[in-house]
Ligand binder design. Structure first.
Ligand code: AMP
Ligand code: ZN
Length: 469
């Protein structure tokens, strides 16, 4: 399996640190609003990487943080007159709903920055002890960038070019820095902001330090893969490397993976430009499986332009697979012959060729576009080779292969069976009992499960009523 490593700018054979295991960290979103479909791209892409590795038999420890303390969260909290915590909790819950809709698996661990402050203070203290960081008079702690000789190795930037580019920082109130390149590890609180005690001042961490600390805590000092969108290469990931490698004296991550931008009218989709669609908005028009299919139709490193036409094309593409599976199910259910004929037994052997094509595409730096093509070829085979005269076993074997390969990409292509009235009512009863026992988490979980299956609950005076969406 080959992975393009931003560090070497080359595709490299993937060799994990520990045979059979993969440690992977993906920088997660800052939670101050619904996520937009640009943020969804790394979620879908790296979830697919994880699924493929699991398919290959690796045990993947997948960590992805939520940045739950940040200027934008604090600003939103002030605007709404609520705490920053309320804002971040709300949007973490919403993000998790979107992830479920896109069939993005929950991470092994989803750490929160606000829960890891002690670890950050410890790492900053070590960096100061080792001479890689210093506290200024107002309690701000800076990283001494020039002291890390390998700074720039990920973004392939030259320190002196950066120096020129960053001169403006000198006039933005940061004259207390020893060097314009130095970046913040800890900063003093401002009036009305959340803060934590520290040896330097009451304040809060800089953004970069959180990932260094969480990656080490949950995955170890040296990990296999660190990933995120390409906008994170500089300065975020460059700074993470500097902090971690100076603190731990070890390589931070061996493979660096970055997804290309999701653009709209050839400009990066972003909150600040205002040119975005939230995942929630898209879900009003499409099943989020269509969004996932759209993302996987391009190579993850290529830019991808969002358009209504491409979404329609994705819907049609996904429908082709879903309809083929549906048809195979029908043929299997109505077949007059149970077992494979000799001719079918030969044809079943060819299924391995489609899988081989699929695997070759994915082994080549996760070329999902070609992997999807392999599934389409299989669908074409199904549509031409499985007929009303085929055996049940043959229709089922072809269907199983399409479902298996789609599933590796996280695409759900089997139509969900409708939930039976009795199943729904049993869950509603369980929910009532959970509420009575004040187990609101379980009650909410049941409501969400039902919602996911298209069942809407309504609390009325006569009790709980339900309807199919
Ligand atoms: P943020 O909340 O801005 O830190 O972003 C969370 C993740 O989404 C990061 O990995 C970003 O690189 C990624 N991201 C943000 N905007 C886009 C975009 N338009 N295309 C692809 N990835 C993006
Ligand atoms: Zn990060």
């Amino acid at each position: 399996m080959k992975i393009y490593n931003t560090l070497s700018k080359q595709k490299e054979e993937f060799v994990p640190l520990v045979p059979g295991k993969v440690s992977m960290y993906v920088c997660g979103p800052t939670v101050y609003n619904f996520i937009h479909i640009g943020n969804a791209r790394p979620m879908i892409v790296f979830d697919t990487v994880r699924r493929y590795m699991e398919h290959k038999g690796y045990d993947v420890n997948f960590v992805s943080n939520f940045t739950d303390v940040d200027d934008k969260i604090i600003k939103k909290a002030l605007e709404e007159g609520v705490t920053a915590d309320e804002i971040s909790q709300r949007y973490i819950a919403e993000c998790k709903k979107d992830m479920e809709g896109m069939n993005v698996k929950p991470a092994t661990t989803h750490p929160l920055a606000t829960q890891e402050i002690d670890g950050m203070i410890e790492m900053i203290s070590t960096l100061i002890e080792k001479g890689y960081a210093y506290a200024a008079a107002d309690g701000t702690v800076y990283f001494r960038t020039r002291k890390f000789k390998e700074y720039g190795k990920l973004s392939h930037k030259n320190l002196d070019d950066l120096h020129g580019g960053n001169r403006s920082l000198l006039v933005s109130g940061e004259e207390q820095k020893e060097d314009p390149l130095d970046f913040v590890l800890w900063k003093p609180k401002k009036e009305g902001e959340p803060y934590w005690e520290s040896p330097w001042c009451q304040g809060r961490p800089g953004w970069h330090i959180e990932c260094s600390v969480m990656s080490r805590k949950y995955l170890g000092e040296e990990i296999d893969i660190h990933a995120g969108g390409e906008d994170l290469i500089f300065p975020h990931h460059e700074n993470e490397i500097a902090q971690s490698e100076c603190c731990n004296g070890k390589t931070f991550a061996r493979y660096w993976m970055h997804n290309g931008f999701l653009n709209i009218d050839n400009r990066k989709m972003s909150k600040s430009l205002g040119n975005f669609f939230t995942v929630r908005e898209i879900s009003e028009k499409y099943d989020l499986q269509v969004l996932r299919f759209f993302m996987l139709s391009a190579h993850y490193r290529s830019p991808l332009n969002f358009s209504a036409e491409l979404m329609e094309a994705s819907k049609n593409g996904l429908d082709r697979i879903v309809n083929a599976v549906d048809n195979l199910k029908f043929l299997a259910g109505n077949a007059s012959q149970e077992t494979l004929t000799d001719a079918e037994a030969e044809m079943v052997k060819t299924l391995a060729e489609y899988e081989k094509k699929f695997d070759e595409a994915m082994d080549d730096d996760f070329n999902t576009a070609d992997a999807v093509s392999a599934i389409f070829e299989l669908v074409k085979f199904a549509n031409t080779s499985v007929t009303a005269d085929s055996s049940k076993a043959f229709a089922e074997a072809v269907k199983a292969k399409i479902v298996e390969l789609s599933d590796i990409l996280g695409l759900l292509v089997e139509k969900k069976e409708e939930m039976l009235d009795a199943e729904i009512e049993a869950l509603i009863e369980e929910r009532q009992a959970a509420r009575k026992a004040k187990n609101f988490a379980r009650a909410d979980e049941i409501r969400d499960t039902l919602l996911g299956r298209g069942i809407i609950l309504k609390d009325t005076r006569e009790g709980v009523k339900w309807e199919r969406a």
